[in-house]
Design a protein around this ligand. Structure first.
Ligand code: OOG
Ligand code: MG
Length: 262
């Protein structure tokens, strides 16, 4: 750790205020170029603690920057991990209020729900699939608190990996019946296809992203409990949205999930 506790608390408060007031900021590594990975996750942990203390719930975990399309779009090369909240959950077909956000973008994701706990190190695709209850489509609405989405990996980790809103729905499928690598994914905005890909875009197999999350938490002594919802990361580049947009995600064999931006 390179930052003292007071600085970690101050940066967490600052980033969370930006989130809750839909205000942007410059990336925090500009003022703290020496901060390390542990500092970045310590700031994210403090944001989580603040939300729990306020009575919010953490309702799932997320992997970010797990596809080459996303890594290329954001100029980083390593996945990152964060959490999603109760107030971030939008029902399938529901509304997302753009006024509560800074500059939202949407990403198509494959979501996992576990029936057994997982703990790293050594977690692999096989362990993830064996522990998965079902998979389903999800749209993640990301909203970096950094001006113009300009950040580096440490800054984005501290900012809870740009987590803002998410929509899960469509049709659930047991993981064993699906080849998650060849699974086709089509993202539509206002009825037109804006991007498409297959599941292998995420680290060769979306379950590999979940395994990476489990191993990351395992290194910190944490287990991922049964019942956890996990967003495995954007399969394509993220797509900017504005009020009036309707987003629909179609996933092969899993129906579709959608939301409106108002
Ligand atoms: C970071 C969050 C990335 C994903 O699925 O890749 C993410 C960002 O691009 O702002 O959630
Ligand atoms: Mg995402």
């Amino acid at each position: 750790m390179k930052l003292d506790q007071a600085t970690i608390l101050k940066l967490a408060e600052h980033l969370e205020e930006c989130e809750l007031n839909a205000r942007d900021t410059l990336k925090i590594t500009d003022d703290h170029p020496d901060m390390d990975w542990d500092d970045a996750y310590a700031i994210q942990d403090e944001i989580r603690r603040r939300k729990l203390a306020r009575g919010n719930k953490i309702v799932g975990l997320k992997c970010g920057l797990t596809s080459y399309a996303k890594m290329k779009q954001m100029g980083v090369e390593t996945p990152c991990f964060g959490f999603v909240t109760d107030y971030g959950s939008v029902p399938d077909g529901g509304e997302v209020k753009v006024s509560e956000l800074i500059h939202p973008k949407v990403e198509p994701e494959i979501c996992f729900v576990l029936k057994h706990a997982l703990k790293g190190p050594g977690c692999h695709i096989g362990a993830v699939l064996a522990a998965t209850d079902f998979v389903m489509p999800g749209i993640e609405v990301i909203d970096s608190r950094y001006r113009d989405f300009k950040f580096d990996l440490k800054s984005v980790i501290a900012d809870n990996t740009s987590a803002a809103r998410f929509v899960v729905g469509g049709q659930t499928l047991p993981a064993e019946g699906v080849d998650l690598r060849t699974l086709g994914v089509v993202l539509e905005k206002n009825g037109e296809i804006v991007t498409l890909a297959s599941g292998a875009a995420v680290l060769g197999h979306p379950a590999a992203a979940v395994a990476a999350l489990v191993n990351h938490l395992g290194a910190r002594g944490e287990e991922v409990p049964a019942g956890t919802l996990i967003l495995s990361g954007g399969i394509t580049e993220a797509v900017a949205v504005k009020p009036g947009d309707h987003i629909n995600l179609r996933v092969q064999g899993m129906g579709s999930v959608g939301c409106h931006f108002v």
